[in-house]
Design a protein around this ligand. Structure first.
Ligand SMILES: *Cc1c(COP(=O)(O)O)cnc(C)c1O
Length: 389
């Protein structure tokens, strides 16, 4: 099975981003401009992103983690309030809740969609619950009509974690525009990247202004202008804020990534369909079909390796893929598997059976617009070899 002749010559890096000459040129021109910090390019990027999403306000930050943290702070909840989210997410979702002085509560996912199950959310609502953070897993939109209904009924805020969902839509409406806030990531492996970076969409002007201020040390509005061509301006610290602003160097990349967003989305969809076809006759479980009247973001192509059916366990499968020089990811070992959360909250994987099974069976295959046709065929071959088909 591990025939060295047939393995890919060069290691295929998982989630390697597609960076064009436009990004490179823009970064160079920003570097030469004398203004590399938060400035006009960030403002232009925010405006592009805002228009693309059809939102009233967009604030660029240095990560999605920062976006989640500031969104939760902007809700001004009583410390110790409970926030319900999914066990099948990146640790940053939970850490942001903790850093905002709030208590994370998990509601299990649906096994086939891998998204938080609205029925499980309702079961976890207590008198202390104040917010829900749905994560649009892999780019598949959560059932936002049911989630918004629950939020209304129980008077809860919704903050959407859209780290996988830049291009996703639910019933015609952009993900990130349902909740009070929508938080996006431009980390290297995401659908679009600025190296590191994030964005928060806000529905209200006062929320947007509050977040902008908190993101830059808690200094009074537009502090970034203080060294601009209108001459030095005094600033006043009005809150103890954070250092979460995006730089023009990052926005220079983001502007051109946005220009290629739809083209890259189409390419990923093409690869997605190719994977679906190729894996239809083998025993791996492929992603659930996108739901009607939604647009999938095609961020992650995840397969499930059930040892009983595939004759190989997930971790052995990963080893074999690595041997074939194909980089893969795991999204995610469910959060209750991690010692810190077990210690801190007493979480146990058995209490979230769907998320824990997924976490133990799942593998994400390369799905970047950068993949060549040859790369895609090599990934398919690697999967077939690795399960011994
Ligand atoms: C990547 C990711 C984040 C964190 O994004 P950063 O920009 O790296 O802070 C948060 N939530 C989910 C679901 C993610 O995948």
């Amino acid at each position: 099975m591990c025939d060295p002749v047939r393995k890919k010559e060069k290691f295929l890096i998982f989630g390697s981003p597609e960076i064009g000459e436009e990004e490179i040129g823009e970064v160079v021109s920003t570097l030469r401009s004398g203004w590399i910090g938060t400035g006009p390019k960030v403002a232009a990027f925010e405006e592009m992103f805002r228009v693309y999403c059809g939102s009233d306000h967009a604030i660029a930050l240095n990560s999605c983690t920062a976006a989640l943290h500031l969104s939760l702070l902007a809700l001004k909840l009583e410390p110790g309030s409970e926030v319900i989210t999914t066990p099948l997410t990146f640790c940053a979702t939970i850490n942001a809740i903790i850093h905002a002085g709030l208590v994370p509560v998990l509601a299990d996912v649906d096994y086939s969609t891998m998204n938080i199950d609205p029925e499980q959310i309702e079961a976890k609502i207590t008198p202390k619950t104040r917010a829900i953070i749905p994560v649009h897993f892999a780019g598949r939109p959560c059932q936002m009509d049911l989630i918004m209904e629950l939020a209304e009924k129980h008077n809860l805020y919704v903050v959407e974690d859209c780290a996988h969902a830049v291009e996703s839509r639910y019933k015609g409406k952009k993900t990130g525009t349902f909740g009070r806030f929508g938080c996006f990531s431009f980390y290297v492996t995401k659908n679009m990247t600025t190296g590191e970076g994030g964005m928060v969409l806000a529905q209200k002007g006062e929320d947007a202004a509050w977040i902008k201020m908190l993101a830059l040390h808690g200094m009074s509005a537009d502090a970034w202008k203080r060294f601009g061509d209108e001459g030095y301006k005094h600033y006043y610290v009005v809150e103890s804020g954070f250092k979460y602003n995006m730089m023009d160097i990052q926005a220079s990349i983001g502007i051109h990534q946005m220009n290629r967003l739809e083209k890259n989305w189409k390419r990923r969809k093409e690869i997605w369909d190719q994977y679906n076809n190729a894996f239809s006759e083998i025993e791996v479980i492929v992603p659930e079909k996108p739901a009607k009247d939604t647009r999938h973001g095609y961020h992650l192509y995840t397969i499930l390796i059930d040892r009983d059916k595939c004759g190989v366990c997930r971790d052995e499968f990963i080893k074999r893929m690595t041997y074939h020089n194909i980089g893969v990811g795991v999204h995610y070992l469910s959060l209750p598997e991690h010692p810190f959360y077990q210690r801190q909250f007493g979480w146990n994987p058995q209490d979230y059976p769907n998320a824990s099974i997924i976490g133990r069976q799942t593998i994400s295959l390369p799905l970047s617009a950068k993949l060549t046709d040859r790369d895609v065929l090599d990934v398919i071959k690697g999967v077939k070899y690795s399960i011994g088909a």
